[in-house]
Design a protein around this ligand. Structure first.
Ligand SMILES: Cc1cc2nc3c(=O)[nH]c(=O)nc-3n(C[C@H](O)[C@H](O)[C@H](O)COP(=O)(O)OP(=O)(O)OC[C@H]3O[C@@H](n4cnc5c(N)ncnc54)[C@H](O)[C@@H]3O)c2cc1C
Length: 418
């Protein structure tokens, strides 16, 4: 595999063959870094942006630090499931999806070997992360969030009275510091280091990596409103038509696939051909974007005056449409906890976040873990598809479970949010 074809998402390159919706003028002005904020959010992905919006709407001062400049691409399957949509609806953010023209999702087609399993979806929409995150960042600034782009932020020291957590902010020219009563770590898979400590995530051996591309081509046979999930022995490829007929491709693959002779683009072409899908595009020449190993867990998603949310708090595997749903509901929950308790914040609230996270999010990962386990091995996937083809209610139950709405979950045991 020609390694230069894969662009690390953590680097500052921004390459995508899709036509970007560039803002007419510089989106966010460089601002003076405040010496102190009530909440500093590290990372402007879904978890960070949603939490910042929720906090700002409740009158809290929020500074959000993002490593890249909006609009930026992200490796993602671009599928928001019905649970994610329900949370966005509650936060009155779905009009953004309407404005962006995000198509509805009606079915998922899982293709493995000779079998194809089509399952109806209870809802969901397709939207590229470039557009979704840009729209949310715009909404966040409208609500009063101060966004610093192109900065690398990290947790730093705790004040001696333990009332403030210092954040280190680096850009190409300088290093600055700011203090926060609470820091939300929403920096995606890698998290951000607490001074001289490694991010406490345990990466699972044999973890897959993510690779993705969004492209414009009219010449394809990909149907609207459908998620295609093509399972192969060394990974799987998801395809969906997102806003403005853009074709979004995202794969979770074993990393050693990249060491093989064949280029990743060639693997994609062969996968499409195997499942009678056609997309006219020079995949071999495309600049794919890649991620770090995906599957990881973190012992506890909090520390003194910080809470981890979204992928920074742990990750199973993509294509269950759950990653963004967790990022959104986790962002909302953590922000509500912080907004309500900031004046009398203590370790008790951090532990509450740990148990809330466990109750409302980790439990829901069970179905996703099982799906990830099935998809790890083509034989298992084939067997599962055979079983689901014979007993369709199993497949329907699975989709329902993964998409079940937050309000059908048991309420959190503590009262920090009520
Ligand atoms: C191949 C693939 C396909 C997927 N498909 C789907 C799907 O179809 N549906 C779904 O729901 N989920 C999907 N996911 C999962 C989903 O993309 C993630 O779960 C989701 O993006 C998590 O959001 P987040 O806000 O936690 O992190 P991210 O979206 O990763 O955002 C983190 C942000 O933090 C910034 N950052 C990182 N370090 C720093 C730093 N030091 N300082 C400042 N900023 C920093 C990054 O630039 C980034 O903007 C997929 C993932 C992969 C890899």
């Amino acid at each position: 595999m020609e390694q230069e074809q894969i662009v690390d998402t953590d680097s500052n390159f921004a390459v995508s063959p899709a036509t970007p919706t560039e803002p007419a003028q510089a989106f966010f002005d460089r601002q003076e870094i405040p010496t102190r904020s009530q909440v500093v959010v590290l990372g402007g992905g879904l978890a960070g942006l949603i939490s910042a919006i929720v906090l700002a709407r409740q009158g809290r001062q929020v500074l959000l630090c993002e490593k890249k400049k909006f609009p930026r691409d992200k490796v993602c399957g671009a599928c928001l499931n019905s649970n994610a949509i329900a949370t966005l609806e509650r936060l009155k953010l779905t009009p953004l999806l309407d404005q962006l023209g995000a198509p509805m999702l009606k079915q998922v087609r899982i293709q493995c070997g000779r079998r194809t399993l089509s399952l109806p979806l209870p809802g969901g929409r397709a939207i590229t992360r470039k557009e979704l995150d840009l729209a949310l960042a715009s909404e966040a600034t409208r609500c009063g969030v101060r966004i610093l782009e192109n900065v690398n932020a990290a947790l730093d020291s705790l004040s001696s009275d333990q009332k403030l957590r210092r954040v280190k902010i680096q850009d190409s020219q300088q290093t600055s510091f700011t203090d926060a009563e609470i820091v939300l770590v929403a920096a995606g898979l890698g998290g951000v280091r607490e001074i001289s400590q490694p991010w406490p995530a345990e990466i699972k051996p044999n973890s897959k990596i993510g690779i993705g591309l969004t492209l414009h081509t009219e010449s394809h046979n990909i149907r609207e409103n459908t998620i295609y999930l093509c399972v192969r022995e060394n990974g799987y490829l998801g395809i969906v038509l997102a806003e403005n007929h853009q074709v979004n491709l995202a794969a979770a693959i074993k990393p050693d696939l990249l060491n093989q002779e064949e280029s990743f683009g060639g693997w994609v072409r062969e996968t499409l051909c195997r499942y009678n899908l056609q997309i006219d595009y020079p995949f071999e020449e495309a600049q794919w974007r890649g991620t770090a190993p995906l599957t990881r867990k973190i012992a506890q998603p909090f520390g003194r005056r910080w809470l981890a949310i979204g992928d920074s708090a742990g990750y199973v595997e993509p294509f269950t449409g759950e990653g963004m749903a967790w990022a959104i509901s986790g962002g909302e929950l953590a922000a509500s906890l912080a907004a309500k308790n900031i004046e009398h914040w203590s370790e008790k609230h951090e532990r509450q976040w740990g148990s809330l996270y466990k109750q409302m999010i980790r439990q829901r990962q069970l179905s996703c873990r099982s799906l990830a386990w099935l998809l790890q091995n083509p034989l298992r996937s084939r067997l599962a598809i055979e079983v689901a083809a014979w007993f369709p209610s199993i497949g329907h139950w699975f989709v329902h479970d993964i998409n079940r709405l937050a309000h059908t979950l048991p309420p959190p045991k503590n009262s920090a949010l009520t």
